[in-house]
Write a protein of this length. Structure first.
Length: 483
């Protein structure tokens, strides 16, 4: 076969095919216009494979040198945007191999020895995803740092904590933000865990059954950094599983969907907090838009879109898991459909995390390096809201328990007190002592300490509670973790 015979896919197969593919089928089966983004992983995998083939004396050192030279040239062409991607060559793998053969002749044709596109694509996706997971972990850590920065400035700022979106108990705004830090920290744990199972080598599984060549798969794994924390090479141990396993992609997608769900919860709160009825926070203008008809509007488009895009990422998880359902061993073309949902999940998650990091913490000023333009907190509005809704009612019940009342009786007694406060249109702390004593004679002057927002906050001084001492301890812990 001459080197340019590989220009057409039908010719890449074999002489077995008696008719060419129709244009429609070509378009239907091709993946090159989306899987070309795997090109660097494909080259990296090919280099490691060629190095091993030469070390095992399956190809000559001079073939290996030609392959390296050709792949370096291809890399330059792709980076320069001059590489000619051909639909006729179906996917990234055949495009690169054909160009390599054009450039270096027979050595290019030897690269595929002991390899199939089945183990090749599985390797490429894993290599590519591993890099993306690392970027996502960095972005998740940056977002956590931004949240901790804002938290640190707002330890003493009180807002109403809600259950059922009804005022429940006062909490520190920092404490509220740190709840999201916990969620994103778990997202990092999940991503790191998925990374371990992603970082395993399918190459050497060949089409499905392994190969007759004396490949050194562990050598390839080491070259590609597919090793565990002790440097032990991680190689898929069953060739049928190696070519068909996409669990890592599904797991990644699940971890991403959950991370977006966390983002969507935070988005929803930002949207509420920005509304006129709350006015708790402002986000910088560049994350909002105006209305074409209502001049007074500043709409929280970014959080709203993030909330919307969560649906899209959850949808990708459903696509991927459904793609695998019922697939017989080993490789099936269905798996080509894993790319677009996976790519879009990565793009959406990365963009969202980057935007949220900036929206919360601001961007470093060009001159001072100090971060500017993060969220602005309206402490007064938060505190005013906390004063409404009898947020310290539980504190009064706890006060009575400390005076010896059983909790259920205290609960009932406070319900009467709240009813009285409602009819006087005032807060519990504004009821005169004599009125309060009418509900229980053990109530004394010191009750007003526990009815204050700050007193309520300070009283919740157990691990994980909202008392400023606890919150400061958590901030210190996160700081250490996030260095
Ligand atoms: N483009 C294919 C994919 O993404 C590569 C593997 C093709 N293998 C095959 N036997 N047709 O899955």
């Amino acid at each position: 076969m001459s080197s340019n015979q590989l220009d057409k896919k039908s010719e890449a197969w074999s002489a077995l095919f008696s008719e060419p593919m129709s244009e429609l089928v070509k378009r239907y089966t091709a993946s090159v216009f989306f899987d070309q983004r795997l090109w660097l992983a494909d080259i990296t995998g090919s280099l490691a494979h060629a190095e091993m083939l030469a070390a095992q004396e399956i190809i000559s050192q001079s073939d290996r040198a030609d392959i390296e030279r050709g792949l370096a040239q291809i890399r330059t062409e792709i980076e320069a945007g001059s590489f000619d991607w051909k639909l006729d060559l179906e996917d990234v793998h055949l495009n690169l191999e054909a160009r390599l053969t054009q450039l270096v002749g027979d050595a290019g044709k030897r690269l595929h020895t002991g390899r199939s596109r089945n183990d090749q694509v599985a390797t490429d996706v894993r290599l590519w995803l591993r890099g993306e997971i690392d970027l996502i972990i960095d972005l998740l850590n940056e977002l956590q740092t931004a949240l901790v920065d804002v938290a640190e400035k707002n330890v003493e700022v009180i807002l109403p904590g809600f259950t059922h979106l009804q005022v429940a108990q006062p909490v520190s705004f920092a404490h509220h933000l740190l709840a999201y830090v916990e969620m994103f920290a778990r997202d990092v744990e999940r991503m790191s865990d998925v990374r371990r199972r992603t970082n395993r080598l399918p190459l050497g599984s060949a089409a499905l059954a392994g190969t007759t060549y004396p490949l050194d798969r562990e050598r390839v794994a080491r070259t590609l950094g597919m090793v565990d924390e002790n440097g032990v090479p991680q190689v898929c141990q069953n060739s049928l599983d190696g070519v068909s396993d996409r669990d890592f992609a599904i797991e990644f997608s699940a971890a991403s969907a959950l991370c977006m769900v966390h983002i969507s919860r935070f988005s929803e709160e930002l949207i509420l907090w920005m509304s006129q009825n709350f006015s708790f926070v402002k986000i910088a203008d560049r994350f909002t838009t105006g209305s074409s008809i209502m001049p007074q509007k500043k709409n929280p488009d970014v959080p709203e879109l993030a909330r919307g895009k969560t649906g899209r990422v959850v949808g990708h998880l459903v696509s991927l898991i459904t793609l695998m359902k019922g697939q017989p061993l080993a490789y099936n073309k269905d798996n080509q459909e894993d790319k677009e949902p996976l790519f879009d999940t990565v793009d959406t998650l990365k963009d969202t995390l980057r935007i949220f990091g900036e929206m919360v913490g601001g961007q470093p000023d060009a001159k001072t390096g100090k971060k500017e333009g993060g969220i602005t907190v309206n402490a007064q509005a938060m505190e005013d809201a906390a004063k409404k809704g009898y947020a310290t009612a539980t504190d009064l019940a706890d006060y009575l328990v400390k005076k010896g009342l059983p909790f259920r009786d205290a609960h009932e007694c406070v319900a009467h007190a709240v009813k009285a406060a409602v009819s006087h249109n005032c807060d519990l702390s504004e009821l005169p002592l004599t009125v309060l004593q009418g509900f229980n004679t053990s109530i004394e002057k010191d009750v007003y300490e526990c009815l204050s927002l700050r007193g309520s906050l300070n009283a919740r001084n157990t691990l994980g509670g909202t008392a400023p001492t606890q919150v400061l301890a958590q901030i210190a812990r996160h700081r250490q973790r996030l260095i």
